[in-house]
Design a protein around this ligand. Structure first.
Ligand SMILES: *[C@@H]1O[C@H](CO)[C@@H](O)[C@H](O)[C@H]1NC(C)=O
Ligand SMILES: *[C@@H]1O[C@H](CO)[C@@H](O)[C@H](O)[C@H]1NC(C)=O
Ligand SMILES: *[C@@H]1O[C@H](CO)[C@@H](O)[C@H](O)[C@H]1NC(C)=O
Ligand SMILES: *[C@@H]1O[C@H](CO)[C@@H](O)[C@H](O)[C@H]1NC(C)=O
Ligand SMILES: *[C@@H]1O[C@H](CO)[C@@H](O)[C@H](O)[C@H]1NC(C)=O
Ligand SMILES: *[C@@H]1O[C@H](CO)[C@@H](O)[C@H](O)[C@H]1NC(C)=O
Ligand SMILES: *[C@@H]1O[C@H](CO)[C@@H](O)[C@H](O)[C@H]1NC(C)=O
Length: 515
């Protein structure tokens, strides 16, 4: 029997087996729910010095040798040249939406002022390739890659000057691309951006102060700067949402929202101290962004503990912030265990993480750390369900998008493409999302991170998350579908009668046949 005939027969068998397989299908989700996958500009594009783009703070960071594997995003997945091929792969998988970000310094090489026409052309070409395939666009205006020139000029997010510059940049993006974009997200993960960039220093712009940094920062202030950076991000977000709503939304019919990095938090014991600590972690890590955007002000516990380190909103700023979202996007990979660490509040010198007064660990018995480390991954699909339900109950039942979820690991030859662990993780997290919908959560979409392997902000190329493998050692950066791409495709192309999540043994079989 030839190759494709065998594959066809296998697929037929899978169809016939549908009723016997316990699983979920695309058809179990509401028809307006959207499934996609994503990348981001610095992590995907490469072409860092081409056609007028200037460096972002991440270009600076990686060239100081600050990535764990000393790698850079100079070429990354070479999306700047290979976007047409990738748009075709999107059709192959059958994703319904693609999430990506725009490089601010490709559009505005000086941070503001003169627009770079070649930057516009790149995104217009890419957008056209995707839209002509019937795939919707979820676009992030800013995903951690601030133009270095604005960092140098006035300290980037530490200065209120950033607010008007971000608004000017957003205005150009709405004007040039907005007709094609269904969903805009203003700023990706303000919480991780500020903790990594200004408290521990493990993210650009690598600012921190003794004794709090986890890297050699040349400047910074871990006690105050995380608060200031997020404050300016929130003000910039609110202005941009207001701009979109007043100038573009009626004609462009898109939606706009905020994103935050999330993980579910379990108290390590049922003592009231640990339960309060878990709530405090929730308020410091997530309420920090969510409360201003939903209610117009920071959580009470943050004001109490951080005191004068936490900037105040004026009443007009608060009014602009309150309700500044059509949806809320969360990036979610794991859960954490939390125990009380209130004694630390006796110290007078405290960074943001000490103010949280809790220890975070990856299991109820692990040696917990007070430092936030988003690379400590504990797969826990129930945690996503709990997070979605918590947001519904405590933040006014907002429309929610799981904007990033996946499983990243260092892959060797045998696991890189045969990524069964990723298939299991994605299917379990998608099931958890469905459970949340069934319990009444207004979840509207799910995006796998990442569509293809990219430069990862924490681990460079040592860990990958893609549905497609990219061979970073080959200058042509060839793409190969992983088992997870085939699995996701099968799930997405299934209807209510067909098999969505299929048995692992069948998948293995299908994978061997199609190699
Ligand atoms: C910080 O600098 C010191 C001295 O140059 C070096 O030994 C150490 O490895 C550096 N630490 C990090 C995290 O880069
Ligand atoms: C951080 O800023 C605060 C408030 O301005 C100041 O009291 C403190 O000394 C600064 N810390 C460092 C390390 O510069
Ligand atoms: C806390 O109590 C709940 C309900 O009784 C129980 O399910 C849970 O396992 C307890 N947690 C711990 C860490 O003991
Ligand atoms: C914010 O306002 C409160 C109450 O009016 C005040 O106690 C606090 O010092 C103010 N914080 C700053 C940073 O101005
Ligand atoms: C922590 O718990 C896990 C499972 O609950 C167990 O496998 C592990 O040995 C424990 N570790 C320690 C240090 O007790
Ligand atoms: C590849 O990685 C898997 C999972 O981490 C591991 O079980 C396996 O032993 C590794 N194989 C090789 C050849 O290193
Ligand atoms: C893929 O990996 C699984 C174990 O994770 C193994 O059982 C299976 O044989 C592998 N398939 C191929 C085609 O290598």
């Amino acid at each position: 029997m030839n190759h494709s005939l065998r594959l066809l027969l296998l697929l037929l068998c899978l169809q016939l087996a549908a009723d016997e397989v316990i699983g979920i299908t695309r058809g179990d989700f509401p028809s307006d729910f959207v499934f996609g996958a994503g990348t981001s500009s610095y992590q995907y594009e490469g072409g860092v010095a081409e056609d007028g783009r200037t460096p972002s703070i991440w270009d600076t960071f990686v060239h100081e040798g600050r990535t764990r594997d000393k790698s850079t995003g100079d070429v990354a997945s070479d999306g700047y040249h290979k976007y047409k091929e990738d748009a075709k792969l999107m059709t192959d998988v059958g994703i319904e939406a693609y999430r990506f970000s725009i490089s601010w310094s490709r559009i505005l090489p000086n941070g503001r002022g003169a627009v770079n026409p070649k930057g516009l052309i790149y995104y217009k070409n890419f957008i056209n390739e995707i839209v002509k395939r019937g795939i919707r666009l979820h676009v992030n205006l800013h995903h951690l890659d601030l133009p270095q020139i604005l960092q140098d000029e006035y300290g980037g997010w530490l200065s209120p000057n950033i607010v008007d510059d971000f608004k000017e940049y957003a205005d150009i993006c709405f004007k040039e691309f907005g007709d094609q974009v269904s969903h805009w997200t203003t700023i990706v993960e303000p919480n991780v951006y500020a903790l990594g960039g200004y408290d521990s220093g493990i993210f650009a712009p690598a600012r921190c102060s003794y004794p709090f940094g986890r890297t050699n920062c040349t400047a910074g202030n871990s006690t105050t700067e995380p608060y200031i950076a997020v404050h300016n991000m929130l003000l910039a977000h609110a202005k941009v949402v207001n701009l979109y709503r007043t100038k573009y939304q009626d004609n462009q019919n898109g939606q706009i929202g905020m994103n935050f990095y999330s993980f579910w938090v379990y108290p390590t014991s049922n003592s009231s101290d640990d339960i309060e600590a878990a709530q405090r972690v929730f308020d410091f890590q997530f309420g920090w962004v969510l409360n201003p955007v939903v209610f117009g002000d920071y959580p009470k516990i943050m004001k109490k503990i951080a005191g004068s380190k936490l900037p105040n909103f004026t009443s007009s700023q608060s009014n602009l912030l309150r309700g500044s979202y059509d949806f809320i996007g969360l990036n979610h990979y794991s859960s954490a265990f939390v125990s009380d660490n209130s004694d630390i509040l006796k110290e007078s010198l405290r960074d943001f993480t000490s103010d949280m007064a809790a220890r975070l660990g990856t299991s109820s018995n692990s040696s917990a750390s007070t430092q936030f480390d988003p690379s400590h991954v504990v797969l826990d699909p129930i945690g996503l369900q709990k997070m979605l339900e918590y947001l519904k109950q405590n933040y006014g039942d907002p429309p929610l998008y799981v904007e990033e979820n996946g499983y990243c690991f260092g892959a060797n030859i045998s696991t890189a493409v045969n990524d069964t662990a990723r298939v299991d993780a994605l299917s379990d997290y998608i099931k958890a999302t469905l459970e949340a919908i069934r319990s009444g959560v207004n979840a509207k979409g799910y995006f796998a991170w990442s569509f293809i392997d990219v430069f990862e902000y924490l681990n460079g190329y040592k860990s990958s998350c893609g549905l497609y493998h990219v061979d970073f050692a080959d200058e042509l950066r060839p793409r190969t579908p992983k088992l997870s791409a085939r699995w996701y495709s099968n799930f997405l192309k299934s209807d209510s009668k067909a098999v969505g999540i299929i048995e692992r043994s069948d998948l293995q079989h299908m994978f061997r046949l199609s190699q």
